[in-house]
Design a protein around this ligand. Structure first.
Ligand SMILES: [Mg+2]
Length: 162
């Protein structure tokens, strides 16, 4: 599954209120809760000798990602941009591989410049439902009657031909 598809699918089961701060907090607390559930799996393994439940760990990773994706959705942030920028920042910090000296002596100005360039405050994306996409596609085709324009439109929105 593409990251953009995951982000859209995650929004399908996410409630939204009129209070953006409560919505944000819901997602942030949800991330914490899911990470705590992962910690609990390790605790039960270490303290009680229970078999390490890797299925459960992977389940909780997915649950945590749902909250990450929906915090992005609330703000109109593209999850792919955030993930790609994280890698770009780490490539700047460690051009070849992890280096303990570079972990301590970071070039924070360069890293901040990468973050601000790739994740500007003004960047927004709209998450369309499948219904909205179908409506838009039909409108574009109705107006242009041109399959090439339709393909360009799909490409811009990251829609797979189908
Ligand atoms: Mg969970």
């Amino acid at each position: 599954m593409e990251i953009s598809t995951y982000q859209k699918e995650a929004s399908r089961t996410c409630a939204k209120t009129e209070n953006y701060l409560m919505d944000d907090l819901h997602m942030v607390l949800g991330m914490q809760t899911e990470v705590a559930e992962i910690a609990d799996v390790y605790k039960k393994h270490i303290a009680y000798g229970k078999e390490l439940d890797l299925v459960n760990i992977k389940e909780e990773l997915g649950d945590a990602m749902w909250y990450f994706a929906n915090l992005c959705n609330y703000h109109g942030w593209d999850l792919r941009d955030i993930l790609e920028t994280n890698i770009a920042k780490l490539k700047s910090r460690y051009p070849n591989k992890f280096d303990a000296d570079k972990a301590i002596n970071r070039d924070l100005e360069s890293e901040r410049a990468i973050l601000e360039y790739n994740l500007p405050n003004t960047r927004k994306v709209k998450i369309f439902s499948e219904y909205e996409i179908e409506q838009l596609q039909s409108k574009v085709y109705e107006i242009t009657g041109d399959g090439d324009v339709m393909m360009l439109f799909n490409d811009l929105l990251g829609i797979q031909a189908g």
